[in-house]
Ligand binder design. Structure first.
Ligand code: PBG
Length: 327
């Protein structure tokens, strides 16, 4: 029998299509990642070759950029620092006058309260071996990592950071940061945990962006990040982080892990964010530049798909561009 309900009726014109949309991407969903390099001066900014359209900024340049981002109505940025020197303990990460605390203070002074500032907390940009925590031989030192993450987070919060985003995937990192923030009376800081971070090959261009010293292959974080063949471990990671005091969970990368975003959203009641990472960005840019796909349409489709999977917060290098299109 020919069905009486035909989807064509619901697709025939713009008005009806717009009336039945279940999911919508909004500027409010977006977070723009920014790279700040300590050795850059004045208004200098340096393009990152593997991430066309994305720059390493000086402090002045990132202030200008932050103004533009706030004007577009994007609610938050996330900062990554490239220090002037790297060492085995990543000590520039927790230097009170390091690149991130200085940048946070300046952005708060100049851009004010319109823009929330999130800070990625990890040591991999700051260590001369490029690992996320101090190492001994081939071993990652989990507890030492946590101690240094809480020191780092505290400096960022003292400087004015609104959101702390630990990304090192050490066991117990959220608890260690939450305890230290509470001891120091920063009860209102949001912890957005990179709880569900896969050992992915999509982080390659990011390592260029932060001039990572990591040598053991482009994507080898297998001792502490989740193996792409596992979903159940995502639940264990999520549960630990919720108990430890995370306010928001993150799934990373985004597009290859939409099923994970969906499962996490269905299962837990706290907000879920997703990180459309550097490799996802660069693939779309490269294919776009070659004329093989329509960059803008693909960008919007991927962001909407991430939203449909359940994430209400999307960290993406396309944030500015998507906001321009949405406004
Ligand atoms: C760790 C960190 C990484 C990214 C965000 N935070 C790199 C890693 O885990 O190796 C990757 C983001 C991207 O690829 O865009 N500080």
């Amino acid at each position: 029998m020919f069905p009486k309900t035909r989807l064509r009726r619901l697709r025939n014109n713009n008005q009806i299509r717009s009336m039945i949309k279940e999911y919508k991407l909004m500027t409010n969903n977006l977070v723009q990642p920014l790279f700040i390099k300590e050795t850059l001066k004045d208004n200098e900014k340096v393009p990152i070759p593997s991430m066309p359209g994305i720059f390493q900024h000086s402090i002045n340049s990132v202030i200008e950029e932050s103004h533009k981002i706030a004007e577009l109505g994007i609610p938050a940025i996330i900062l990554f620092g490239i220090p002037k020197k790297k060492d085995p303990l990543g000590s520039e990460a927790y230097n009170p006058d390091g690149i991130i605390p200085r940048t946070v203070r300046k952005i708060k002074e100049n851009v004010g309260e319109k823009l929330l500032i999130a800070c990625d907390v990890c040591l991999c940009e700051y260590t001369d071996h490029g690992h996320c925590a101090p190492i001994k031989g081939n071993r990652i030192l989990n507890e030492k990592g946590n101690e240094l993450y809480s020191k780092t987070a505290l400096e960022y919060v003292k400087a004015g950071a609104d959101i702390i985003a630990p990304s090192g995937m050490m066991d117990g990192m959220v608890k260690s940061i939450r305890d230290s923030l509470e001891r120091n009376h920063f009860e209102d800081t949001i912890i957005l945990s990179y709880a569900i971070k896969y050992a992915s090959s999509f982080y390659g261009p990011f390592r260029d962006a932060v001039e990572s010293c990591f040598k053991a292959g482009p994507s080898d974080r297998k001792t502490h990040q989740i193996d792409p063949s596992n979903l159940k471990q995502a639940f264990i990671e999520a549960e630990f982080d919720i108990q430890e005091g995370a306010d928001i969970l993150m799934v990373k990368p985004a597009l290859p892990y939409l099923d994970v975003i969906k499962s996490i959203t269905d299962r837990y009641n706290i907000p879920v964010s997703a990180y459309q990472v550097s490799g996802e960005y660069s693939m779309i840019k490269a294919a776009g530049q070659n004329g093989w796909i329509d960059e803008e349409l693909v960008m919007m489709e991927t962001l909407l798909s991430i939203r449909r999977a359940g994430a209400t917060i999307i960290l993406t290098y396309f944030a500015k561009k998507a906001a321009e299109k949405l406004n």
